[in-house]
Ligand binder design. Structure first.
Ligand code: F6R
Length: 610
């Protein structure tokens, strides 16, 4: 939530920072702003609304400036307005912030009692005034930070600019992400490496409780006690084209279409195609003492939680581990029955979700082993876990998760097969059969995408719905939950996911002739149970849209619409394919309704505050 970026070097920086903010906008888009230093002056432009609203003000920044920083906001304290937009600054200094200062009210009252007046409603402005109070006494930024940082509670990644030190920027990391990018005679910082990929390959990841001074020559890092820290640089060779739209109208559509290729490369990383055997090297198990593990506990949020629900079914049937799955926001505040015999698996695309990160810390404190299933390398969650298993799905920029969700399903499947092999819970023949089925996924996924015209056409009939139900059983239950989330977050149509068996326990009261029920009905062992649910809905005149596997003449006759999905006799892979149909359905409904598909209202891609 909120994206921050900064630059110091010899390039003209206003446009560079603006373009970096474009790459960070998925983290928040309530307002944006940029501050630069030039000729001993700090100049700031900011505007409420999406980044494009800042464009007309860019001419107000001196083009020659070669030191600056920018911010794109997801509002926590104070409505999205020009005043509340970052950077916050007086003539002498400027601050950008990602996170929440939990004790800002006390600090603000103290500052007001000392005669300070505030221009914004943000928590961030207290940091500015605490800093200015020190600078006015002649204290250096370094010494001021050592004094003020212990006063702040909460999460805060900060960028700080001081007019009297125009060849340096200061950065602080506590709880929210921050990375420094090292170029040749130029240094960058940002909330994540994505906007820096065109400029540098070497990165320094600050840890919580550290602050840094960057100049064009590089970075010096200290902890909050003032002790200098050694930071090894890590090299990342991401392809910057992977973060572009590449001819698609939306990132979401591009990411939906990347799935067949993504599945192929995932499968070839974990499968020796010649010998049809599993490669165990990339599963992150090398640092896990499997002999100690008696049970598994997934923690995750949102779509990642739904993927973990599928993970539970897999872990119980394939490696036969007792397995729990829990929302990270609940787990971290409970007293779960976990200990050294529990492997806690944190599932997260971004690797930065605050509740999931806090859950990992909590699990470690309880003596559990921890493993991250993440997409973004070197992000906070994998760095906090004992071990990491990377999904390698490539950058996901659309705020609604698509390819990362199906990548989680596929990687959880592969992971469960790996565990089953190590625990000898699958015969060699059964394992070989799973692996052979895996190879069928990429072409079937391409067939699922070929349904897009039918789906787009049906979506036109769905435009004016106000609410609907999604139902499924078994693996399709998680897919129904995910389908409902996808539809509501980008089209703003209210959708609720239910297990088919739960209909009679309440939601059936909603069924009447105007209610649409989207039923995920693959031909699996629960097919007949789903048909019974469909009959119950029909008997009450509800409308049914079925997501089937292959041709299903019976459903074609009984349902208002059938969105057909390629069939595969494997519940997890079928779930991947059904999910792709529902992603396209949500996309086309949202597109026809004219909502902002890639940046839906009120959301941010990376939820770094709780
Ligand atoms: C929904 C969506 C969110 C995320 C959730 C967790 O489309 O994207 O529900 O799944 O915020 O995010 P990560 O996986 O980054 O921890």
């Amino acid at each position: 939530m909120c994206g921050i970026i900064g630059y110091i070097g010899s390039r003209s920086c206003p446009e560079l920072i603006y373009q970096g903010l474009e790459k960070l906008e998925y983290r928040g888009y309530d307002s944006a702003g940029i501050a630069v230093i030039s000729s001993g002056q700090i100049t700031t432009v900011k505007a409420a609304g999406k980044l494009a609203r800042l464009r007309p003000f860019m001419g107000g920044l001196p083009a020659a400036a070669h030191i600056g920083m920018g911010h794109t906001r997801w509002a926590t304290h104070g409505e999205p307005s020009d005043e509340n937009a970052h950077p916050h600054g007086e003539a002498g200094a400027s601050v950008i912030h990602n996170g929440i200062i939990e004790n800002y009210k006390e600090l603000k009252l103290e500052l007001i009692a000392q005669g300070v007046s505030f221009k914004s409603e943000t928590d961030t402005e207290v940091i500015l005034h605490l800093l200015l109070a020190e600078l006015q006494k002649g204290t250096s930024v370094h010494m001021a930070l050592l004094k003020l940082l212990p006063q702040l509670q909460g999460a805060f990644s900060l960028g700080i600019m001081n007019r009297d030190e125009p060849e340096a920027l200061y950065l602080v990391k506590q709880g929210s992400p921050l990375v420094i990018g090292c170029g040749k005679d130029e240094t960058f910082f940002a909330s994540d490496p994505l906007p820096l990929i065109p400029y540098c390959q070497h990165f320094l990841f600050l840890e919580d409780g550290e602050f840094a001074r960057i100049t064009r020559a590089g970075a010096e890092v200290w902890n909050f006690a003032g002790v200098q820290q050694e930071k090894p640089a890590v090299t990342m060779d991401w392809d910057s084209a992977a973060a572009e739209k590449n001819g698609f109208n939306h990132y979401m559509l591009k990411e939906i279409h990347e799935q067949p290729q993504m599945f192929s490369s995932t499968i070839s990383r974990h499968l020796d195609l010649h010998t049809n055997s599993l490669i165990l090297d990339h599963l992150g198990l090398d640092k896990i003492d499997l002999a100690q593990v008696k049970r598994l506990h997934f923690v995750a949020c949102g779509s990642a939680y739904y993927a973990a629900l599928v993970g539970k079914y897999l872990m119980e049937t394939l490696p036969q581990f007792p397995c729990d799955v829990e929302l990270a926001s609940e787990f971290r505040y409970r007293e779960p029955f976990i200990g050294p015999d529990t492997l806690v698996i944190a599932v997260s695309q971004s690797g930065e979700t605050a509740d999931t990160l806090a859950s990992v810390k909590y699990a470690r404190a309880k003596g559990c082993q921890t493993l991250a299933l993440c997409n973004v390398k070197f992000s906070s969650i994998p760095r906090e876990c004992h071990s990491a298993f990377y999904m390698e799905a490539g950058p996901e920029i659309g705020v609604a998760s698509t390819k990362a969700f199906t990548s989680m399903l596929l990687n959880l499947y592969i992971f469960s097969l790996g565990l089953a092999r190590l625990r000898h819970t699958l015969s060699a023949e059964a394992l070989a059969q799973h692996l052979s089925q895996l190879k069928l996924l990429p072409p079937l996924a391409a067939q699922a995408l070929a349904q897009d015209k039918n789906i787009a056409t049906y979506a036109l009939q769905f435009l004016h719905e106000t609410h609907c139900l999604f139902i499924g059983r078994g693996f399709s239950y998680a897919i129904a939950l995910e389908g409902a989330l996808k539809l509501k977050e980008i089209s703003y149509i209210h959708g609720e996911g239910y297990a088919g068996g739960e209909l009679k326990h309440g939601p059936i009261a909603l069924i009447e002739k105007s209610l649409a029920v989207i039923a995920v009905v693959p031909r699996d062992k629960l097919y007949d149970k789903m048909l019974a649910n469909i009959e119950e809905i029909r008997a009450r005149k509800g409308r049914i849209i079925a997501i089937t596997s292959g041709n299903d003449p019976h459903l074609a006759q009984t349902c208002e619409a059938v969105l057909s999905c390629p069939a595969i006799d494997n519940p997890c892979l079928q779930a991947v394919l059904s999910s792709m149909i529902l992603q396209q359905f949500a996309y086309y409904v949202a597109l026809h309704r004219g909502t902002d598909v890639d940046q839906p209202r009120n959301l941010a891609k990376s939820v770094t505050v709780e």
